[in-house]
Design a protein around this ligand. Sequence first.
Ligand code: WQD
Length: 337
Amino acid sequence: MQKNILVTGGAGYVGSHVIVSLLERGYGAVSVDNFRNASPEVYGRLRELSGKDFAAAGADACDAEAMARVMRTHDIGAVIHCAGYKSVPESIQKPLEYYENNLGSTIALCKAMRETGVTRLVFSSSATVYGESKVLPYTEEHPTGNCASPYGMSKVMNERILTDAAAAYPGWGVVLLRYFNPIGAHPSGRIGDAPGGVPGNIMPYLLKVATGKLPVLPITGGDYDTPDGTGLRDYLHICDLAEGHVAALQYLETFTGTETVNLGTGRATSVREIVRAMEKAIGKPLPTEIKPRRPGDIAEMRADPAKAKRLLGWEARRSLDEMCADSWRWASRNPAG
Ligand code: WQD
């Protein structure tokens, strides 16, 4: 019998989609979430759309003893660590809280794993660990650490913590997944990205414009050295991203040590192109206005996805049109998020 998988942040955007993928593949799942950036309502929706049950443990991922109890109680075989604060601008205002939460949860989980004999972990890292590079696409060998925000630095530091833990403790296997730009939602329209307040990322902002909650999309930078002057990013469907976690888990069945893997499509899409794709999905024009660049923003990020294919047998399959159609279905059916 496949052991259960502990998903931290299981009520969040990535964690909830990971739980769906796990349940679909026959895994058992246990979620912990402090609901700072998510609603407990997500759990009922996950059970409904997957047709399967899973456990939710009321415990804080930063509490090592509580995490050890969860691992013992639920016969945990591996951890998928998605919990973490993720707002770049907020991390600049609240660096101490970001490091305390994002690093504290990782250290607590490692202590609990060491104590209970759990030896496999998949970590939610980010392409934000890379600095700006003139060499494209980004491979896993690109330099890291030149991050503009405490959020990005917390990912760099977590990667190092986990790499050192896997080197120190016998039998540990860790996969660090560097996400490029996940967007979209489960095709059911029941779960999706629901950031509070004024969104920092482009898709939730666009969806607030589309649902009339915000008047216009500010295009942050129209003078980049790109074909249409706007920023280029490697957007991938959240369901493809979630499946990448299951592929990493399967890889860890026979791997010990640490591997770093980019999750992206290898294709770059501009802001204007994603606006046009959303207008096509919604069937109406979306108002935009050119604004100054955001400090620290770069012209283009695009993944080299070859290692994910070679090592994990994973590649992104869903199109930009699917990402936009699924995003719109989620937002139009859940205007309050
Ligand atoms: C995308 C493009 C903006 C908002 C961030 C995190 C990264 C990862 C993905 C977690 C850029 C433009 C944006 C807006 C705009 N998250 N934009 N108007 O900055 O590539 O990466 O999300 O892992 O860690 O840093 O994503 O969605 O903020 O921006 O024109 O209102 O959209 O300039 O070109 P980003 P983003």
